[in-house]
Design a protein around this ligand. Structure first.
Ligand SMILES: Nc1ncnc2c1ncn2[C@@H]1O[C@H](COP(=O)(O)OP(=O)(O)OP(=O)(O)O)[C@@H](O)[C@H]1O
Ligand SMILES: [Mg+2]
Length: 227
């Protein structure tokens, strides 16, 4: 489904160039759950940004269902993001002028779904925020905003979920319920889950663990054998 081929990402700085991804290779099959781990600054968010089509790699390719994803034009990328991707960012990117419910319903409305509000309400309930649907982002706690962002990313049952430390702002119990939601969606809809996490226990629940090391992706073979 997804194939990273010699993926490189360099950031140009004033004096120098920072190489974050350096010939990263990876194949991910449809329906897999995969944890991406590595220390802060190792390039995990950078990798998800490329997979979301929000930035272009410096070189190399991302193949998505046999198509060069990174060579698509802006319209084609936007279509794929709307129909197939669910992106949970480290920062929430909520629309401040819309309520919690409005934020979750937005991708469905853009896609022209008739029952957008009904589906959005159901997903808000699944992240435990049924009581907060009329709140604007500024009236929500950090963890609540994160859960709205998660509901918005999952409401259209995307084929590929990219989650960047989705439980980073949540207490243990709420975090665990969000992780359950991500895994149950993977099971129920056959969606693929790419999960960036610093939590070993969460990583071990994924079928595969891949570590970012000096710009390369290194599979944890022991884990692959143990599942
Ligand atoms: N737009 C940018 N311009 C220059 N450097 C950048 C840019 N974005 C990220 N970097 C650098 O690239 C490196 C990788 O960043 P990235 O955000 O991918 O790390 P990460 O693995 O997600 O870290 P964390 O666990 O802290 O979220 C960092 O050293 C960061 O400073
Ligand atoms: Mg990050």
């Amino acid at each position: 489904m997804i194939k990273l081929q010699n993926l490189c990402m360099n950031y140009k700085l004033e004096q120098a160039q920072l190489s974050v991804l350096n010939d990263a290779q990876l194949s991910i099959e449809e329906g897999e759950t995969l944890a991406i781990v590595g220390p802060s600054g190792s390039g995990k968010t950078t990798l998800l940004t490329l997979l979301a089509g929000l930035e272009q790699p410096s070189s190399g390719d991302i193949m998505l269902d046999g198509v060069k994803f990174n060579k698509l034009d802006a319209d084609a990328l936007a279509d794929i993001r709307r129909d197939q991707l669910g992106i949970i960012f480290q920062s929430f990117h909520l629309v401040q002028s819309l309520t919690a419910l409005g934020n979750v319903a937005l991708p469905l409305e853009i896609a022209g779904k008739k029952n957008a509000y009904q589906l959005a309400r159901k997903m808000l309930d699944r992240v435990g925020l049924a009581e907060r649907e009329k709140h604007y982002p500024a009236q929500l706690s950090g963890g609540e905003q994160q859960r709205v962002a998660i509901a918005r990313a999952l409401v259209h049952k995307p084929k590929l979920v990219l989650a960047d430390e989705p439980t980073g702002n949540l207490d243990v119990v709420t975090g665990a319920s969000i992780i359950e939601l991500l895994f149950s969606l993977n099971k129920d809809t056959g969606s693929t889950l790419l999960l960036v996490t610093h939590d070993d226990e969460v990583a071990r629940r994924c079928q595969r663990i891949v570590r970012l090391q000096s710009g390369k992706l290194v599979e944890d073979q022991d884990h692959a054998l143990s599942v």
